[in-house]
Write a protein that binds this ligand. Structure first.
Ligand code: S3P
Length: 188
């Protein structure tokens, strides 16, 4: 299959805040000539509200409901690289739902690297703390680790350039889409 096919499956990037989903997603989308989409942005444009506003007014559970709706109804059908919000994998049944929407890759980074990256781009209600930010990241990351590992094929981003990561992800994507096609062929 060539990446130019219009039916090429979506590439879905999951992972903790600051693991590089948006930066790598945009880079790959440009390289493959895919659309780039981001669940946070889709939710913002569908609701007309920012993520911090939704958290502050309605709380995290309401935001997770919007994420569920976003994955079920608002994603591009194919040929898109989709960066998901960092907590989406904590929603029960979400890993299976994501896998129906595309090939899922989970990005990992060390807490130190996450702190460095999220300090540059703020606006994350769940990382706001009066305590030690590194501890906050480590605790949340540990609580979610299993969900991230189960969600998709795991890639560590520390000390890897966008170019290197794009090559790794392209290999994963090609192998996974070939496997999916073979499975669909066998199923008739
Ligand atoms: C969240 C991650 C954020 C955003 C929201 C909650 C989380 O997305 O969806 O602030 O629970 O980890 P990014 O991973 O794009 O920062």
């Amino acid at each position: 299959m060539s990446l130019a096919e219009t039916s090429a499956p979506n590439l879905i990037l999951t992972g903790f805040m600051g693991t590089g989903k948006s930066a790598l997603g945009k880079y790959i989308a440009q390289l493959w000539d895919f659309e780039f989409a981001d669940t946070d942005k889709i939710i913002q444009s569908e609701t007309g509200r920012t993520i911090p506003e939704i958290f502050a007014t309605d709380g995290e559970a309401a935001f997770r409901e919007l994420e569920k709706k976003c994955v079920a109804e608002w994603l591009p059908p194919a040929r898109a690289v989709i960066a998901t919000g960092g907590g989406i994998v904590t929603i029960p049944g979400m890993a299976e739902l994501l896998r129906k929407r595309g090939i899922v890759v989970t990005l990992f980074a060390s807490p130190e690297e996450i702190l460095r990256r999220t300090n540059i781009a703020k606006n994350r209600p769940l990382l706001e703390t009066d305590g030690d930010p590194l501890e906050r990241i480590s605790t949340l990351l540990a609580a979610r680790e299993q969900a991230y590992m189960n969600a998709g094929i795991n890639v560590l981003t520390d000390r890897r350039s966008l170019h290197q990561l794009a090559q790794i992800v392209a290999r994963i994507y090609k192998n996974a889409s070939a496997r999916n096609r073979e499975r669909a062929r066998r199923a008739g």
